[in-house]
Ligand binder design. Structure first.
Ligand code: AMP
Ligand code: GLY
Length: 422
């Protein structure tokens, strides 16, 4: 098979790495890719939102399967465009990608399908939003309806904080159109885990679970990020709870999407809160998480490419994936300044030594080669991952590898896995 992965982060490096291991693969490209993907695929200089050029490339190179990594091309319709050109794409249509693109849409699906989620209301005017916040009191959650790259959610501890978020999103337009409509939600309490499912429109199979670390600093302090580290499996999501989440959240959502004529194909990522009343949905994403993907794929023992193809072909009914019993952990190394403005083009060394630690795999994200040297080029720069006989051993290996990376301007959290390990 001839495969094109779309994206340039650690997630896409991991996707390329796993797909490259498939005996069914004959040729792999990554657009635009990074120096890590270049080790296992041929990088193609086309941006993730240049859908017209991606389709032309896929057609000209007889690509059999396109695998988009992130949500921007999915929401923009890459699957629709590829399908229209007769090219298979393992990702939802733009209509189905609304599960990530609009929080209000997701709530409507949950209400229609009886999926447990936070109580919510949608507002188009700031005055009514403020009234509701004053009536309900804090804590309360204010969310921009549209995509906001992780900046659209405020878990407000006080009414004043909630009102400030309403003013910022709805009146100051801090997030542009994404924040003109807001969703205000009940604040759920519990442990948060991410559950992934591979879907073919009708069937869904579990694709592993992980716990992310969204805050930038040790002890979960500081601003939100795309994710500073992850581990899998999270002990808090017992097999019984995972089963419950598949039955009460993932499968009803899939059935409701199909009933509406917009079946969901691809990877459905459920952000769950494990509340006293059982798992409740916080949000859906329509793709793998980053860095969750990196740790999940380290544990996958089945052929990823065949699984993605089965999802596209509607053949997941009898498909099951095999997993390593060994846990995996991933530590993100980010550039100083992240999640604000990261310092760029600072030299990175020691990756061969880091990769050489037993059980370790280093994935590239924001790196580039400049004048023959590897330098940083983004906020999240590397995901240093490891497996081990238990989570403690995996964590020790990952941090031993981090210590071998020579990068003065990089930083990382030193407590990835703390909820499971203390
Ligand atoms: P989201 O972008 O929807 O994932 O939200 C970002 C983060 O805000 C989540 O990972 C949760 O930690 C938190 N969050 C979102 N919605 C709620 C809620 N209803 N109750 C409590 N925390 C929430
Ligand atoms: N790490 C969270 C995400 O990819 O959305």
């Amino acid at each position: 098979m001839r495969v094109l992965v779309v994206g340039a982060g650690g997630r896409e490096h991991a996707l390329c790495w796993a797909i490259a291991a498939s005996p069914a693969l004959t040729k792999l490209w990554c657009a635009p890719g990074n120096p890590g993907t270049a080790e296992v695929a041929e990088n193609v200089a086309i941006g993730v939102l240049d859908i017209f050029e991606l389709v032309a490339f896929a057609r000209a190179n007889r690509v059999d399967l396109v695998v988009p990594g992130g949500e921007p091309p999915l929401v923009a319709g890459i699957s629709d465009a590829m399908m229209a050109a007769g090219i298979a794409c393992c990702g939802p249509s733009s209509a189905a990608a609304r599960l990530e693109g609009s929080k209000a849409f997701t709530h409507e699906i949950c209400d229609a399908a009886g999926i447990p989620a936070a109580a919510w209301e949608r507002f188009e005017d700031a005055h009514s939003a403020r009234e509701m916040v004053r009536r309900r009191g804090a804590p309360i959650v204010v969310k921009a309806d549209g995509l906001a790259a992780g900046k659209g959610v405020v878990v407000a501890e006080t009414v004043a904080e909630a009102e400030a978020a309403i003013a910022s999103f709805m009146e100051d337009g801090s997030l542009g159109e994404s924040g003109r409509t807001v969703v205000i939600e009940e604040c759920l309490v519990g442990q948060e885990v991410s559950l992934f499912a591979l879907c073919d429109g009708v069937h869904a199979i579990p694709l592993g679970a992980a716990q992310d670390h969204k805050r930038v600093g040790d002890g979960d302090v500081g601003p939100n990020t795309g994710g500073m580290g992850a581990y899998s499996p999270p002990p808090a999501l017992t097999p019984a709870l995972e089963q419950e989440a598949m039955t009460r959240i993932i499968r009803p959502a899939l059935a409701e999407m199909a009933r509406r004529g917009t079946p969901f194909r691809g990877i459905l990522f459920a952000g769950l809160m494990l509340t006293a009343e059982g798992p409740k949905l916080i949000e859906f994403n329509v793709r793998f998480g980053d860095p969750e993907c990196q740790v999940l794929l380290l544990r996958l023992r089945s052929d990823l490419l065949l699984a993605l193809q089965a999802a596209v072909d509607g053949e997941l009914g009898h498909f099951a994936l095999k997993w390593s019993p060994e846990p995996a952990i991933g530590v993100v190394m980010a550039a100083r300044g992240y999640p604000g403005t990261p310092v760029k083009h600072t030299p990175i060394g020691g990756l061969a030594a880091a990769d050489g630690v037993d059980g370790v795999k280093v994935f590239h994200a924001g790196t580039e080669v400049l004048d023959g040297r590897l330098v940083s080029s983004g906020g999240r720069v590397l995901t240093v991952c490891a497996t081990g006989s238990d989570l403690g051993a995996a964590r020790a290996a990952a941090y031993a590898a981090v210590a071998k990376v020579e990068w003065a301007e990089g930083f990382y959290r030193s407590d990835i896995g703390w909820r499971a390990l203390g």
